[in-house]
Design a protein around this ligand. Structure first.
Ligand code: IPE
Ligand code: IPE
Ligand code: MG
Length: 251
């Protein structure tokens, strides 16, 4: 079956509002081809483009991509440099396409830890696409969920200290509104490529009830039909949120 045929199986009335993706496997993809890891990252950009296009065409409102984790700072300097160069290049090249397609760029993570040239390009693209309304594309950069949770805790503690809030008033909503993702709904679907079955410090709070989808495809091989298949799989799940199947069926 080709991508078009697979797409027809998607129920457009039951789309996830928010899809998050852990894009993994670039290095192994390159290694299999006898190339340097960077080659894998370069080819991963193509998959990002396809995925963004497919999501926007379907009518997905939020797409969040894990592009660089806090822990990724521990990689070899040359690899980090290449990744940042690719990021700046892609942002620069794609700003126009994002605008043509009415897609807003956003970013979560410790953005201030990015090198100033990277930060500037990121802010330029975010500002230039700020009025777009079709879909919000969020890049997680220098992001890790434990960093985010500690950060939220500090902000809440500060409000209590300044007597703007009492300890008893701290609720799940207080917490949610102090996370990096405060303006987005939680993802209903989380996809991870490359056959790894782990979360790697991504959106721990937000995926409490997300459906998880794992594929052995390496990220540079990920195409529109892979996104479609993940969505179809999601649509065949029964999301119970703690209730019984009968309760869900009768609702
Ligand atoms: C994902 O691919 C990209 C980033 C984490 C930046 P990897 O670079 O992790 O590729 P593998 O997992 O080593 O194959
Ligand atoms: C997760 O991939 C982070 C990103 C996709 C940016 P990693 O390749 O860093 O994850 P681990 O180290 O295999 O858990
Ligand atoms: Mg990896």
């Amino acid at each position: 079956m080709d991508a078009k045929e697979i797409k027809t199986q998607i129920d457009l009335d039951n789309l996830p509002l928010h899809i998050a993706i852990i894009m993994d496997g670039n290095g192994r993809w390159a290694k299999k081809k006898g190339k340097l890891r960077i080659f894998g990252h370069e080819n991963g950009v193509k998959s990002v483009r396809e995925t963004v296009e497919a999501a926007a065409e379907l009518g997905i409102k939020y797409l969040t991509l894990y592009a660089f984790s806090t822990e990724n700072w521990n990689r070899p300097k040359v690899e980090i440099k290449a990744l940042m160069r690719l990021l700046v290049g892609a942002l620069n090249n794609e700003t126009k396409t994002l605008n043509n397609n009415n897609i807003r760029l956003s970013a979560i993570g410790d953005l201030k830890s990015l090198e100033s040239g990277v930060y500037k390009q990121l802010m330029t693209t975010i500002n230039k696409t700020a009025d777009n309304t079709r879909m919000t594309l969020t890049l997680a950069l220098s992001y890790s969920s434990r960093w985010e949770i500690v950060n939220a805790t500090k902000k809440i503690a500060d409000m209590v200290k300044r007597n703007e809030m009492s300890i008893n008033e701290i609720s799940q909503d207080t917490f949610r509104s102090n996370l990096e993702t405060s303006e987005f709904p939680d993802p209903e679907l989380l996809i991870r490529t490359s056959g790894e079955y782990r979360i790697s410090n991504f959106l721990l709070w937000q995926i409490a009830y997300a459906e998880l989808y794992f594929t052995s495809k390496l990220w540079p091989d990920f195409r529109k039909e892979d996104l479609y298949m993940a969505i179809i799989d999601y649509q065949n799940r029964e999301r119970r949120f703690g209730k019984t199947s009968e309760q869900i069926y009768n609702d």
